[in-house]
Design a binder for this molecule. Structure first.
Ligand code: PAF
Length: 295
């Protein structure tokens, strides 16, 4: 009998679901002297995630992507059940991107029965999204700590789109002495300026046009503050009014913060970030940009 022809498509992506299988593969690479990167995701992958994979690949030989929709970072009222899930579609994208391994654990693997440990990062988790998403950053910090301990990568890549999350993860890695470099990767945007997000799938065609205003508004604020650093209050009030006029139902926050500590600023006298969360229909959008001082 003839052997079936090898598919002309990408080689199938290797998928593991247990920590011991993940460790066995990673140890094999380490034994061969190869560096390892981890790109944690909740799936519903888009170009933003694939950019994280490419940046990670620039740093090391092997890239692991984890796919886990983490229940502990969703409040009971949030979209855990509705969150888009398509493991087969995600695996095809990752195979094409040349990812070496997909780690797709179950909830019971990540949170074994009797699990009693949580990681929380004080102060950085308190402001911005913190009050609007109680428990969210503790859920993120806990699952990311577990993923880093399971994989023990040299580098782990996260998008700047979730800027507060990125600062929380940098801090937990530092405070827990985890031997990993946390790599922040610039936000990938649609031509309209809308930041790519798995949750953009919830937007209607009309809402997508309105959503693009977020980047225009915060970009405009950052440009104004670069020239007039003391105008934080005026720029914030104008930005909030512009978002509400564009059709956003609520602006949860629109703040100018210290880029590292995330403490709100009234004058931009150090590296700063404009950060926003606003609701459009049933979608919650977040975004942020740096304030680049005028030279
Ligand atoms: O940014 C995300 O997709 C998630 O918060 C993360 C970092 C994968 C943790 O579940």
């Amino acid at each position: 009998m003839r052997k079936p022809k090898a598919s002309a498509k990408e080689p199938p992506l290797r998928i593991v679901r247990t920590v011991s299988d993940l460790r066995a593969v990673v140890q094999g690479w380490r034994g061969a002297g190869e560096g390892v990167a981890l790109v944690p995701t909740m799936g519903a992958l888009h170009e933003g995630h694939l950019t994280l994979v490419r940046r990670a690949r620039e740093r090391v030989r092997r890239v692991v992507v984890s796919l886990f929709v983490n229940p502990t970072q969703f409040a009971p009222s949030e979209d855990f059940t509705a969150y888009p899930r398509d493991e087969a579609g995600d695996a095809a994208k990752l195979a094409e991107a040349g990812v070496d391994l997909l780690f797709a654990p179950s909830v019971a693997t990540m949170y074994p029965p009797g699990d009693a440990t949580a990681v929380s990062v004080a102060r950085l988790s308190a402001g911005l999204c913190g009050p609007w998403r109680p428990g969210h950053f503790q859920g993120v910090a806990t699952v990311v700590t577990k993923l880093l301990a399971q994989c023990l990568p040299d580098v782990a890549a996260f998008g700047e789109k979730d800027y507060q999350q990125l600062q929380v993860i940098k801090r937990l890695a530092r405070d827990l002495h985890l031997p990993v470099e946390i790599l922040g990767v610039a936000t990938v945007r649609e031509p309209s300026g809308l930041a790519l997000s798995s949750r953009n799938a919830y937007l209607s065609v009309d809402e997508r046009k309105i959503a693009a205003r977020v980047y225009q508004v915060i970009g405009g604020m950052a440009a104004r503050l670069a020239k007039a650093p003391a105008e934080v209050a005026k720029a914030s009030a104008a930005g909030r009014a512009a978002l509400l006029a564009a059709g956003f139902a609520t602006v949860e926050y629109l703040e100018v913060c210290d880029a590292k500590t995330l403490q709100p600023l009234t004058v931009v006298d150090r590296p700063a970030r404009v950060l926003v969360a606003a609701r459009l229909g049933k979608t919650r959008l977040i975004d942020n940009v740096p304030v680049v001082p005028a030279t």
